[in-house]
Design a protein around this ligand. Structure first.
Ligand code: PEP
Ligand code: MN
Length: 229
């Protein structure tokens, strides 16, 4: 499978570089790191922002890995395109917001950067499809999907309910799109990574996006679900 891995959030150049070097040694070709973090409550660590773009560029140079980050609006898109980031992803909260998706699509117009779209936070497949349609209409051709699961009061085990039937539905609608699973946000704990990853691959998904941190317990975001390189 294709593996995209890296910290939930870029916290320092040193943290990013240590993670990337260790992942590269294991054959991981794409590094993920969030620079702008959508947090539920104000006052939490909201990411290092544009400062991290230079870190990502430096780590790419150091390791030869491709680098990707999350964008949640036109300002983020413009900064990433200017910095030459290799790939972008749309977070679950953003996929659920048509205004932001249109703003992002408009900002991407004229670029050919690959964009991976996570499932929306609400279990409305139409929002996921609509996000893809807005990007396509803006001329973005290198699209991909990430299933990260859905918040659900019925789900007792995982942080987000997988809803594998949604994956099958999306795979049927978009057989040509690379389709990843994010077992870190889906399971919410390292102990569930193997079973979720296996299930995703059994269903024919193409790859995994996994959160990796040099010392997960001290991570500024999603400390409970990250694993060491
Ligand atoms: C993330 O990838 O760190 C993230 C914020 O994910 P999601 O949009 O799936 O919550
Ligand atoms: Mn995270």
């Amino acid at each position: 499978p294709g593996v995209i891995a890296g910290p939930c959030s870029a916290e320092s150049f040193e943290q990013l570089s240590r993670t990337a070097v260790a992942l590269k040694e294991q054959g991981v070709a794409v590094l993920r790191a969030g620079l702008w973090k959508p947090r539920t409550h104000p006052g939490c660590f909201e990411g290092v922002g544009e400062t991290g773009l230079a870190w990502l560029s430096a780590v790419r140079k150091e390791t030869g890995m491709k680098v990707c980050t999350e964008v949640a609006g036109a300002t983020h898109v413009k900064a990433c395109l200017a910095a030459g980031i290799d790939m972008l992803w749309i977070g679950a909260r953003t996929t659920a917001n048509p205004f932001l998706m249109q703003e992002i699509a408009d900002a991407l117009r004229g670029s050919d950067i690959p964009v991976l779209v996570k499932n929306p936070v609400s279990q409305d497949i139409g929002l996921w499809i609509g996000a893809l349609e807005r990007l396509s209409a803006a001329g973005i051709t290198k699209l991909g999907l990430i299933l990260r699961g859905f918040p659900s009061v019925e789900e007792k085990k995982y942080r987000n309910s997988p809803k594998w039937t949604v994956a099958v539905e999306m795979r049927t609608l978009y057989p040509q799109l690379p389709f990843f699973c994010d077992p870190s946000h889906m399971g919410g704990s390292p102990e569930y990574l193997p079973e979720i990853s296996q299930k995703a691959l059994d269903l024919g998904l193409d790859g995994l996006m996994i959160e990796v941190h040099p010392s997960p317990q001290t991570a500024l975001t999603d400390a409970q679900q990250q694993i060491t390189p």
